[in-house]
Design a protein around this ligand. Structure first.
Ligand code: ADP
Ligand code: GLC
Length: 477
């Protein structure tokens, strides 16, 4: 086991819409620390090409059915130096909006082709047809955007095994059946034991069906997706493949997220020297035009604004938080209805609630550092990273008992975990937190317990390495 190709549609620091980018930015580097030559494969969006202006052309792909011609470039990730193959296909990837949809939030109509190309090239690089000398021993795919790659490997005679990681089952990459022929997939692949999903082509189902192993990003989510409702239609397949399904919790980048040396925050601190955290709180209140009040419990939220994340529950409990003397600092972007509900809240509680609509990495660090309590009441959460950032920053998380939240936060030891999936359930946990916040000694113990937990990538990377080795060994047996 020496080489792994890690195919993904986003990777920090080049391009990020959510946690997948954090994982893709950190896990390959952690695997390389363990002696694996892990390399990334990414689409050449504008931001990727701009950051990798030294990347060299190493191959060309022409005449792939249904897909535009492209060049393959090789560069190195800015911070970690991890080698990254970039697919340069301007017609697909140089767009004004984000990686998946336009500036108005509408999915690009050719996403099947855009990510069909990513999947196809991932598979080709694992076969004897690859134009590269470098050859992976295993292909690691992530989410639906790379889901067709295991299918292509299957139809190429299964030259190397593949692992398919589910970061979020809510996104499945479902397209009209005509795409099967257009992308040149064999007609026999379009069946229940194949890429077909209720009469359509599903990229994620293809990956889950054809990959040698399936992983997801926490042990609890690996259990939850084998049933309704969190199986989201794929629970049958995931139950059938339960023996090949493993949950491995994500790590966090402990260099990026380190309150003792974070360039985004004004005052450094650690679990033994917490004064800096009080300064960060004051700076955040100043920045966000909140009343300067060292004693007001300050609640932070950094999130994609979608129903997954339970923002509606936060909106419902917000007046209660203010009544109890608290403050709320929200950063997020997404659903337009949630964005406008947040603007209304700010208008109703000036100086007490702040909502920054947008994507702002620096502010996300300053909220983690300056808040006392972090709210993450997700309806479901495959892993979740912000609760771990919060623990490391001594910002006590309140989370719903689901997926990775349940696996990383210990109720009344490092945070608060509520089971009743409703605004009321969230409110009861908030009351519990406020009661403890009033007890300085108990609160400090809670903060310090969270700050002492180890969420570094090394442990998770070792679990992936074991899984890769086991996958290869089973194949060779
Ligand atoms: P998901 O991938 O489902 O959005 P995660 O908790 O795994 O959830 O990861 C979200 C990542 O995106 C975190 O690194 C978080 O800090 C970041 N993030 C989310 N929204 C914003 C935002 N508006 N500005 C800056 N960072 C954000
Ligand atoms: C997804 C999930 C999130 C997870 C992230 C990285 O976006 O929603 O829970 O942390 O992927 O695996």
């Amino acid at each position: 086991m020496k080489t792994v190709l890690f195919a993904t549609s986003e990777a920090r620091p080049l391009i990020k819409t959510g946690g997948l980018a954090d994982v893709s930015g950190a896990l390959p580097a952690a695997l390389r620390e363990l002696g694996i030559d892990c390399r990334l494969l990414l689409p050449g969006y504008h931001a990727v090409l701009a950051a990798l202006d030294n990347a060299q052309e190493v191959a060309r792909f022409t005449g792939l059915p249904g897909l535009v011609d492209s060049r393959l470039l090789l560069g190195a990730m800015p911070d970690s130096g991890v080698p990254v193959y970039v697919i340069d296909a301007p017609a697909y990837y140089l767009r004004a909006g984000g990686p998946y949809h336009d500036a108005g939030g509408v999915d690009y109509t050719d996403n099947a082709e855009r990510f069909g190309l990513l999947s196809r090239i991932a598979a080709i690089l694992c076969t004897a047809e690859s134009p590269l000398e470098w050859r992976p021993d295993l292909l690691h795919c992530n989410d639906w955007q790379t889901g067709l790659a295991p299918a292509w490997l299957h139809f190429a005679g299964h030259p190397v095994p593949s692992v398919m990681t589910i970061h979020n089952l809510a996104f499945q990459g479902i397209f009209p059946p005509a795409l099967v022929a257009r992308l040149g997939l064999p007609p026999e692949s379009f069946q229940i034991d194949g890429v077909e999903y209720f009469g359509s082509l599903s990229f994620l189902k293809a990956g889950l069906f054809y990959a040698d192993r399936i992983t997801t990003v926490s042990p609890s989510y690996a259990e939850e997706i084998r049933q309704e409702p969190l199986g989201m239609g794929l629970q049958g397949l995931l139950t059938t493949r339960a023996d090949q399904l493993t949950g491995i919790i994500n790590g966090i980048d402990t260099a990026d997220w380190n309150p003792a040396g974070d360039p985004h925050i004004g005052s450094a601190y650690s679990s033994r020297a917490l004064t800096g955290k009080r300064r960060c709180k004051e700076a955040l209140q100043t920045d966000l035009s909140l009343e300067i009040s060292p004693l007001a419990p300050l609640f932070g939220v950094v999130s994609r604004l979608t129903s997954q994340k339970g923002l509606d529950w936060i909106i419902q409990v917000a007046p209660g938080i203010i009544d109890r003397g608290g403050q709320l600092a929200i950063l997020g972007t997404g659903d337009k209805a949630i964005e406008s509900a947040l603007r209304e809240l700010v208008a109703a509680y000036p100086g007490r609630i702040s909502a920054t609509i947008g994507y702002d990495e620096g502010l996300s660090h300053r909220i983690e550092a300056g808040a006392d309590i972090f709210l993450m009441p997700s309806r479901f959460e495959p892993c979740g990273l912000n609760q771990m950032y919060s623990l490391r920053y001594g910002t006590v998380p309140i989370v719903h008992a689901t997926g990775g939240l349940k696996d990383t936060v210990e109720d009344e030891v490092t945070g608060f975990v509520f089971h009743d999936a409703s605004a009321h359930g969230l409110w009861l946990a908030i009351e519990q937190a406020l009661a403890l916040h009033a007890d300085k000694g108990a609160w400090k113990r809670l903060m310090q317990a969270g700050m002492s937990r180890d969420f570094s990538w090394e442990r998770s990377a070792r679990e992936y390495l074991n899984l890769y080795e086991d996958t290869l060994a089973k194949r060779q047996a």
